[in-house]
Design a protein around this ligand. Structure first.
Ligand code: HEM
Ligand code: HEM
Length: 308
């Protein structure tokens, strides 16, 4: 049963609810900063930070090669459009068109009825399949190049080091680590969770929702489509939350050097990374605004039949 108070809260306009949520987060952050700054003065905390400065044992691998930056770019580009197309699916009551797979004869014969999906779903799933190729390439190169040591913890000291980094950030003392050489333990854990937990959850629930999933698979009894739907949507919010914090931290902890690492495969304070980042943002913004039914319909018609 909902109390009158929760009913009133539920009745608030979305904008008011967002403002209240953001306000509450800001207050929480200020309280945490005050507590952490007090803790910083305590000798026990000083000893702890000296013992665990922030980088987990075995996390070092020198530099960021170009393939990391290129795949990070494609991931970022596709992720923006996947969020946009996912929200289009979520909010569209009257689809802009429908798409039916035309396929080759053998493909068409393989199922009784060709699948028909909305234009929004076609757009989302086309991006998803591209993202799966980018993600698989990243997994393979990460594991075979030895770079995985930056993202996968191999020592339990990742936990106290991550705690130490949290105390350092919250007390506004930036850790003295060099991310060209190794990520700090908090970065390691969040990147690990994004790449090895969140992305696979999003992909497997998304595939379960899609027409690509076999309708009569034995596993469907234990993995109903409703379960996938209930998980898939919140994963978008977790991705969005990660991206906001990730970008704020990139900008707040030496933006020029960080952007050089990921957008220009180099260390140092030249402006190449910043320029590459601005170009990236322009490309993403252009694609975001171009992704409308007017352009999507002819694109979808290249691979199937589009009907209004
Ligand atoms: C391989 C990866 C993915 C696949 C195959 C996939 C597939 C799908 C499919 C088929 C739907 C339509 C569900 C329906 O019509 O009920 C859907 C909905 C959606 N997807 Fe994905 N998706 C993937 C990744 C992502 C990612 C990474 C995001 C965002 C970060 C995302 C966000 C959404 C959202 C917001 C919806 C609408 C959900 C709703 O209205 O409940 N998807 N996805
Ligand atoms: C405007 C958007 C973004 C910016 C400016 C950005 C920037 C960066 C930078 C600078 C680094 C290297 C950090 C360092 O050297 O300290 C990095 C690493 C990383 N970012 Fe992003 N990023 C963005 C979006 C994303 C998105 C959308 C995702 C995934 C959903 C993501 C996932 C990652 C991961 C997993 C790493 C570690 C990769 C590795 O080193 O192998 N980023 N990002």
């Amino acid at each position: 049963m909902t109390s009158p108070a929760t009913r009133r809260l539920g009745g608030l306009a979305p904008r008011t609810r967002w403002a209240l949520g953001a306000g509450a987060l800001a207050v929480l952050l200020v309280v945490l900063v005050v507590v952490a700054r007090w803790a910083w003065g305590q000798p026990g905390v000083q000893d702890f930070v000296a013992r665990y400065p922030g980088v987990a044992t075995g996390a070092e691998s020198d530099g960021s090669p170009a393939w990391v930056g290129i795949l990070h770019f494609f991931n970022l580009f596709l992720m923006a459009l996947m969020i946009k197309s996912g929200l289009m699916i979520h909010n569209t009551r009257r689809p802009a068109a429908h798409w039916t797979r035309s396929g080759r004869a053998w493909l068409a014969r393989s199922r009784k009825k060709p699948a028909t999906i909305t234009l929004e779903q076609w757009f989302h799933v086309s991006l998803d399949l591209t993202w799966l190729v980018v993600g698989t390439t990243f997994f393979v190169l990460l594991l075979t190049s030895g770079r995985w040591v930056r993202l996968v913890p191999t020592s339990w000291d990742v936990v106290p080091n991550a705690l130490s980094v949290i105390v350092q950030y919250l007390s506004l003392h930036w850790p003295q680590d060099d991310t060209w050489l190794a990520y700090n333990a908090l970065q390691m854990l969040t990147y690990f969770a994004t790449v090895f937990i969140l992305a696979p959850i999003s992909a497997s629930t998304g595939l379960r929702l899609s027409e690509l999933w076999p309708k009569k698979a034995a596993i469907n009894r234990y993995y109903p489509i409703e379960t996938a739907r209930a998980i898939h949507f919140p994963t978008m919010w977790i991705f969005a939350g990660f991206i906001v914090v990730h970008v704020v931290m990139v900008m707040a902890t030496g933006a020029v050097a960080n952007l050089n690492h990921m957008f220009a495969a180099r260390d140092g304070d030249s402006l190449v990374g910043v320029i590459a980042f601005v170009v990236t943002l322009a490309v993403v913004a252009g694609a975001w605004f171009a992704a409308r039914p007017l352009l999507l319909r002819p694109l979808a018609a290249l691979t199937g039949k589009v009907t209004r």
